[in-house]
Design a protein around this ligand. Sequence first.
Ligand code: GLC
Length: 609
Amino acid sequence: MTKEKILKSLHKTYMNIYKPIGFNEDDYNRFMSKIEQAKLNRKKALKIRDRRKKDWYQSEKMVGMTLYVDLFSNNIKGLIKKIPYFKSLGITFIHLMPLLKPREGNNDGGYAVEDYRDINPNLGSLDDFKLLVEKMHDANINIAIDFVINHTAKEHEWAKKAAEGDPFYQNMYMMYDSDEIPNQFNETVPEVLPDIYPGNFTYYESFKKYVFKSFSEFQWDLNFRNPIVLEEILDIFFFLANLGVDVIRLDAIPFIWKELGTTCRNLPKVHEFMHLFYLAKDYVCPSVVILGEAIVEPHEIVRYFGTNEKPECQLMYNANMMVNLWNALATRDQRLLSIDNQRFVLPHHGTWINYVRCHDDIGWGLNEDALKSMGFDPFKHKQFLINFYNGTYIDSFAKGENYQFNARTQDARTNGTFASLAGLEKAIQQSDTFGIEESIKRIDLLNTYMFSMPGFPLIYSGDEVAMLNDYSHHMDTSKLDGRWLHRPNFPWDKEKEFNNSHTPSGKVYNHIKTLISIRKKEKLFNNKVEQRVIDSKHNHIYVGYKTNLENSLLLIYNFSENHQILNLNHLRAQGLQGIYTDLFQKKKIDLQKDQLNLYPYEYLWLKQS
Ligand code: GLC
């Protein structure tokens, strides 16, 4: 986009948001002067970085990892020392979980920020962070950090001044004198944490106000109707960008705009804001990428990419695929993956971040229409998944826990590490050697699938070495939230096992290493190359196809623990033919044959030779 075009669109988008609620050119000019200042502040070295290819994040070389600095390496200095670990694995993107200064005590894993312009003192200083960015860039690793824009901690200076009664700061939050409006909101706004922090408001006797809070009591929602809030938030955005980070993860974006009579999620204005963020960053720091965090219904998630004409986020979490993968593992039925993987076409700038597990729970948001068309009752199916993964279902291999269980609706989400949910923990406890092997096959299958899907893979630190659930958090009063089950300390004491292919962690680690090295060499994994889903006419077998006209890749996954037979007629009927070689085992497959026999949980990346 040209400079003139960006400026024109910025003006238009700003006015779309603020004109209807009474703001004018003066407000816009104040907003723009902050943006111009941020542009002036951008250092020369970063301007050079801005010149890299615009689509750098769409490369097949992108392999990501998410980690908590304290759990992984105690602090930032420790993390710098661990760079060789990432290099030896081949990681090129690291998402650091919240590391800006949080409130003390319970802070939702850092998502309750007290000061956005400082680093959590337990992790280090701003200078440590700058050094980290430099060292990571030297190692060709891109850095993503979290920016919580929906709420601040109630200890943030704005919040403290608001609580002291200053109306200027009270207007930065959503505060009400009586329960009249809160009650109206409560009629339509669902609760995020009904179990630990029910309701959407907290009443504070000390300053006699009802305060909007979507999450915990100590996380106060910001009031984006006030243009000063947007200015401040963008100012911090550029402060972070100018520290040299490559990707900024905007947390909980669906919640930032509220309107009475709605669910206050995914409202049209949120999309105007995301477009505004995109334009502003394109103007100031074009190589910085916006990652949106919106764990909502699949058709809503995809809208956060915007369109080719009106771009929003460049990266979004593929939550739908993640849920479908766990569904496929429990049911041995891949059909939802096949259906959903061809449901949406993304704009050119849009890229999925594919993942199997992350620091959050698994919310069972499946494509209900597809489920119904397959003859399942969505409610009963969800109950099955909840019970399968909390381990109470009779034939379950999983060990997980319910999260935010609602006794009235029987609804729940699921906690647990990748390995424990995939059966490794139970098998180890039962000294079940075959069970251990089978669970490793499940882990390898899911990782392989994730690595081959359009977008790029994101490993949740610890999953590459098959970490099991951590029950010790039950004893820690600052870790009451059930999600700590899958947030253990990284097991450096077992580092020797990582390279020992006779141990479960060594097996999983080795496979991840293989996946990374194959993926990075294979241009067909570039995000620009589309993937077509091939109808395998087989509930257990997923088939995907990628081609750039020169070469083709056929991706085959057996989601069951039994041998399966794929009728190759169906592939030929959809235009596929020839001889392919598997990139893992080097075995050759001729599509002229009648059938392909697949081993339990077998995966194949077949390249046409
Ligand atoms: C996001 C984070 C989650 C956090 C919430 C509130 O969903 O991933 O961990 O609790 O935002 O900030």
